[in-house]
Design a protein around this ligand. Structure first.
Ligand code: NI
Length: 199
């Protein structure tokens, strides 16, 4: 099946997370900034401004959307941990992605933001006791309260979901990581430079 909107399928919540599953999901969240950076490595400005599917966000909008989304999620985690079943504030993610900072900021800014954010988010998760993951927020658009375990699972999926949008686009378009390197320039000098630095 090739669904351009859901290359890894839709998020599924089974309602219970074992400690091993939780650990696996946190490891995924920890790895996301590196995987996301690798997914966009070497793309030209023109490629970054290409929609990942017809009528969809550009790669640049996707890159800025992920920290927008995960900043909200991080704050929801902190609210869940410090208040009793707080009601959280939804936001218009489609409109956020249309704002100028999402359309035009260089992607490195959001990649760096994601690095910093996930470092703190994972440090927070690692500090928690198992029972803390049962703490909840109330989301006005969800019938049931959302637990921290739900947030961990949702955002592990969310990062992989948007990474796959970019890697699937690159695959379809035949965009290689090295496309930007000028053909005439030898890349052989690089490993040598690295070798000498290692001494
Ligand atoms: Ni999203």
């Amino acid at each position: 099946m090739s669904d351009l909107s859901y290359p890894i399928g839709k998020f599924e919540w089974r309602g219970a997370v074992t400690p091993a599953e939780r650990e696996r999901l946190i490891v995924q969240i920890d790895a996301l900034p590196r995987l996301f950076r690798a997914a966009v490595a070497g793309l030209t400005p023109r490629q970054l401004d290409t929609p990942y599917r017809p009528g969809g966000w550009t790669v640049r909008q996707l890159i800025h959307h992920v920290p927008d989304s995960h900043m909200n999620a991080y704050i929801r985690c902190k609210l869940a941990l410090t208040e009793n079943q707080p009601t959280i504030k939804p936001y218009e993610q489609q409109l956020w992605a249309e704002l100028a900072d999402s359309r035009h900021t260089r992607v490195e800014t959001s990649l760096a933001l994601l690095d910093a954010l996930h470092e703190r988010w994972v440090a927070l998760f690692r500090s928690l006791e198992p029972e803390d993951f049962a703490r909840v927020v109330i989301h006005p658009e969800h019938a049931a309260p959302l637990s921290l375990d739900w947030i961990v699972a949702q955002y592990a999926w969310h990062g992989a979901h948007h990474t796959a949008h970019i890697t699937a686009l690159r695959e379809r378009m035949g965009w290689k990581a090295r496309d930007r390197k000028p053909k005439g320039k030898s890349r052989k000098s690089k490993p040598q430079a690295r070798k000498s630095r290692r001494k």
